[in-house]
Each structure stands twice: as structure tokens, then as C-alpha cells.
Design a protein around this ligand. Structure first.
Ligand SMILES: Nc1nc2c(c(=O)[nH]1)N(C=O)[C@@H](CNc1ccc(C(=O)N[C@@H](CCC(=O)O)C(=O)O)cc1)CN2
Ligand SMILES: Nc1nc2c(ncn2[C@@H]2O[C@H](COP(=O)(O)OP(=O)(O)OP(=O)(O)O)[C@@H](O)[C@H]2O)c(=O)[nH]1
Ligand SMILES: [Mg+2]
Length: 436
């Protein structure tokens, strides 16, 4: 796709709506605004215009228009916005008129943000933060994403990279000045101190895994024998009728996921097939999916009906035993919590326990790293710093020590995209919606 095209897209939702925003970015933006709206308003000041079909002069709509010349715009290039009436025919008429303008084409998913990145308006970590702001479903996710969009991760990564490059400069200088390959003692101690400090800081960021989990949500799998009341509990927690409930054992076969907000924290509740040996191949497939999900869950709720469970609980990282159907007056005493999804008894306690578990695992958004990509890059940096400092301390070849430090700087640079990250870009930008 040509990056000197002028691109346009609907930036608002796609149904019938009160107002629809069409955004335009690229060199033809000003000309387009003139040919549709007659005249261009003051930069960044909204003005009302009648939009007309450029060829025929036919009025298409009344709109609020914005002119945002580059580089002081979201994309860093000339941008315009049309805030039109949100009817379907209005939208297609305006989009059709735009499509007929030379060098002007519909935008690809994430292309506005890609241009903002390419024009240096935001770094890669901020682009990820923006994607997460759009996808945030709970308050804690929004807060974490917003901190990343504001540059918390990017600034830390840049600071680390500069520190590593300074240590590298000292190392390279000593390489040039020492004929024996020996670094003066005080300089060696200085470089070692710097490398160790950086390694410790990066190690600290790596130690906090809660950012990734907050981004993805805390996964709770409901598991238990058939008829234990798993789907009934899912419906109660979701407060809507998501899963089919019946007195027939083996009702649920597919894995059903519901995203919940528990006290601002994202919790994904997963209903699964009741665990039992079954001759039915479809049910058996459901059972093996249930076991797999339980194994990967942050928490398994093992639901035990009054009559008990014939099967053992599945393998799980963490498991709470929940006695179900407490209203049947046959309460079990071998459980962490007793509930009745019919009467609501015990549900507040269960929800409080879930909130507590989620909070312990997700923290309060104080983690700097939020994706596996960040962790992988910093693990490589950490490893190279370690290798570099060991080579230096044991008077190994200085060239090799310098190379390790160089690798560390490059690995940290991947976080902001200051070094080649081509493979990451396509995947990241295509995860955006069209118009962003
Ligand atoms: N109508 C509308 N709302 C929107 C956006 C948009 O593009 N259009 N955004 C986008 O998706 C977000 C806001 N993002 C933006 C970020 C920077 C600039 C910008 O032009 N910044 C200039 C300063 C402008 C000024 O100070 O008046 C700059 O940083 O130099 C614009 C939008 C959310 N809301
Ligand atoms: N009395 C009583 N009955 C319940 C309660 N919870 C569920 N049931 C009933 O138990 C039966 C099974 O409930 P489900 O929620 O479908 O059980 P399940 O664990 O999802 O079962 P499978 O999908 O077959 O594994 C239904 O008839 C429910 O109405 C409860 O708290 N009290
Ligand atoms: Mg079920």
C-alpha cells in the first residue's frame, strides 16, 4: 500500500447513529475539504459546512468539519475530519464521493496509527498501549493501557537503552586504548557497576508478571461432574442466560466464555463439559477440552454437588472446592465455599473470593510490561547483560563483551521499535479496526 496516498475511513461505529466521523489523512486532505465543503476552516477549529458532490454540486449532507494540518495532527500528516449525520445513505454518499477523488483510497486496518508511528508521533509501545485502550473492558485494564500510551514503558525502555549504550561506549573506548586488551581497574569497576544496575532494574521489571495477566484477564474455569450446576453458576455470575441448563447430565459440550468485570478487574469465566467417561464421542471431545482449559486456568472452581463427585478434580494451578445446590439441605463440609445458584446463597462470598484471587494475581496495574513481546525482548537483554558482565569480570575477550552489550541494547530497542521490528508491525497494526 502506498504511504503517499490520501486515506479515508469511517472512524465511528458502523450502525445507524446520531453522528458519523469520517477521517482523512494524507497530502490531498486540504484539497478534499475544499472540494467537498467549499472552504477550509481555521486549523483545529470546528466549522459547519454543507458537503457537496464535487462533480455535480449536489448537497450530500450538513457536517461539522475539522482541518488539522501536519505535523501537529494524530498521524503527523495533513488530516481532515467530517462529522456527518449518521445515516447509512449519508455515509455511503460521502464515502463514494471520497473514493472518486484521485490518489485517495479507503484505509487499511490500523493505517492511521501506522502512519503516526512511521512519522514518529508515537513509538511501538505507545501503539500497543493505544490498541489496549481500545480493547480495555475494565477500569484496571484502561488505567494500565493509558499509562503505556502515555509512555511509561517506552520511557523506561529508552532510559535502559541509553544506559546500555553509555556502558558500551566506555567499553569500546577501553577497547581502543588498551593494547593488551586489559581495562584499567577503575574503569572496569565503573562499567561492571553500570551493567549490574541495568540488569537489576530490568530483572525487577521482568519479575512482575501481573501486567500481562491484567491485559489478558484472570481465567476462572468451572469444572465438575455432569449436573453439578456449572452452567447455572455461569449464568448467575454473568447475570444473563448464556449457557443451556438442564437436568440431563452432559448438557454442556462446548467451552463457553464470559467476560466479567469484578471490582474493575477483568475475569474470564469459562463453563465446561461435566467430567465423566462417556461413550458419546462429542461429549468426550468436550471433556478433553474441559481438562485442557482447567490445566491452563489461573483458577479452577471444582463444583461438587451434594451427592459428591465420582471423578477426581482436574490438574490445576490453583483450585477452590465449591459445594453446589446448598438449598437441597445436604451441605458438604469438605468445601471452601457452599453456594446455591437457585437461592443465591453463598454467591456474595464466592464473588468476594474470586475478586480476592484476581486482585492477588493481577495487581493494581503497577507492572511496566504488558505483553509477552516485552518480556521476551527484556529476557534477551537481561541474558546478554549477564554474559557481557561475566566476560568483562573474568577478563575474557573484550570484543565479545562489547558484542553482548550491543545485543542487549538492540533487544531493549525492540520495545519502542527503535530497531528493526518489521515482523511485529503487520501483526500489530492489523489488530486495529479500520479507521484507527
Ligand atoms: N475527533 C477526534 N477525536 C479523537 C481523535 C481524533 O483523531 N479525532 N483521536 C485519535 O485517534 C484521539 C485523540 N488523539 C489525538 C492526538 C493528538 C492530536 C494532535 O493533533 N495533537 C497536536 C496538538 C494539537 C493541539 O494542541 O491543539 C500535537 O500533539 O502537536 C489529535 C488527536 C481520540 N479522539
Ligand atoms: N436445587 C438446585 N438445583 C440446581 C442448582 N444449580 C443447578 N441446579 C439444577 O441442576 C441441574 C443441572 O444444572 P446445570 O447447570 O445444567 O449443570 P452442569 O454442571 O452445567 O451440567 P453439565 O453441563 O451436564 O455438565 C439443572 O436441573 C439445574 O436447574 C442449585 O443451586 N439448586
Ligand atoms: Mg453445563
Amino acid at each position: 500500500m502506498r504511504s503517499d496516498d490520501t486515506i479515508f475511513a469511517t472512524a465511528s461505529g458502523h450502525g445507524r447513529a446520531a453522528v458519523c466521523i469520517i477521517r482523512i489523512s494524507g497530502p490531498e486532505s486540504r484539497t478534499i475539504l475544499e472540494s467537498l465543503g467549499g472552504s477550509v476552516p481555521e486549523p483545529r477549529h470546528a466549522a459547519v459546512r454543507i458537503l457537496r458532490e464535487p462533480q455535480t454540486g449536489e448537497p450530500l449532507d450538513q457536517a461539522l468539519v475539522l482541518w488539522m494540518p501536519g505535523p501537529r495532527s494524530f498521524t503527523g500528516e495533513d488530516q481532515a475530519e467530517l462529522h456527518i449525520h449518521g445515516g447509512l445513505a449519508t455515509r455511503s454518499a460521502v464515502l463514494k464521493a471520497l473514493g472518486a477523488i484521485p490518489h485517495c483510497r479507503p484505509a487499511e486496518a490500523g493505517e492511521f496509527t501506522r502512519r503516526a508511528f512511521l512519522n514518529g508521533r508515537m513509538d511501538l509501545s505507545q501503539v500497543e498501549g493505544l490498541a489496549d485502550v481500545i480493547d480495555a473492558e475494565t477500569e484496571a485494564q484502561r488505567r494500565q493501557a493509558m499509562l503505556q500510551l502515555e509512555g511509561r514503558l517506552g520511557n523506561a525502555a529508552e532510559r535502559w537503552r541509553e544506559g546500555i549504550l553509555q556502558a558500551l561506549a566506555l567499553l569500546e573506548a577501553s577497547l581502543d586504548f588498551s593494547d593488551e586488551g586489559d581495562v584499567p581497574e577503575d574503569l572496569e569497576a565503573d562499567i561492571l557497576g553500570r551493567l549490574d544496575d541495568l540488569r537489576a532494574e530490568i530483572g525487577q521489571a521482568l519479575a512482575n508478571r501481573s501486567g500481562e495477566r491484567l491485559r489478558e484477564g484472570f481465567t476462572v474455569v468451572l469444572a465438575g461432574p455432569p449436573n453439578a450446576g456449572k452452567s447455572t453458576l455461569l449464568n448467575a455470575l454473568a447475570r444473563r442466560d448464556v449457557a443451556i441448563v438442564s437436568p440431563i447430565a452432559g448438557t454442556t459440550r462446548d467451552v463457553i466464555e464470559v467476560h466479567c468485570d469484578l471490582g474493575g478487574l477483568p475475569v474470564v469465566i469459562v463453563d465446561t463439559a461435566g467430567l465423566r467417561e462417556s461413550g458419546d464421542v462429542i461429549e468426550q471431545e468436550g471433556v478433553s477440552r474441559a481438562r485442557a482449559r482447567a490445566q491452563n486456568a489461573d483458577l479452577v472452581l471444582w463444583l461438587i454437588p451434594p451427592e459428591g463427585a465420582e471423578t477426581d478434580a482436574p490438574q490445576a494451578r490453583r483450585l477452590l472446592r465449591i459445594g453446589t445446590k446448598a438449598d437441597l439441605n445436604r451441605k458438604r463440609h469438605d468445601c471452601d465455599v457452599s453456594i446455591s445458584a437457585s437461592t443465591g446463597e453463598g454467591l456474595p462470598q464466592l464473588i468476594a473470593a474470586l475478586e480476592h484471587e484476581a486482585e492477588a494475581a493481577l495487581g493494581q496495574g503497577d507492572a511496566i510490561l504488558t505483553r509477552e513481546r516485552h518480556r521476551k525482548a527484556l529476557e534477551r537483554a537481561h541474558h546478554s547483560l549477564e554474559a557481557g558482565r561475566t566476560l568483562l569480570a573474568t577478563h575474557g575477550p573484550l570484543e565479545l563483551a562489547a558484542e553482548e552489550v550491543r545485543l542487549a541494547a538492540r533487544a531493549v530497542g525492540e520495545i519502542t521499535g527503535r530497531v528493526d521490528v518489521e515482523d511485529v508491525l503487520d501483526r500489530l497494526f492489523s489488530s486495529f479496526c479500520i479507521g484507527k
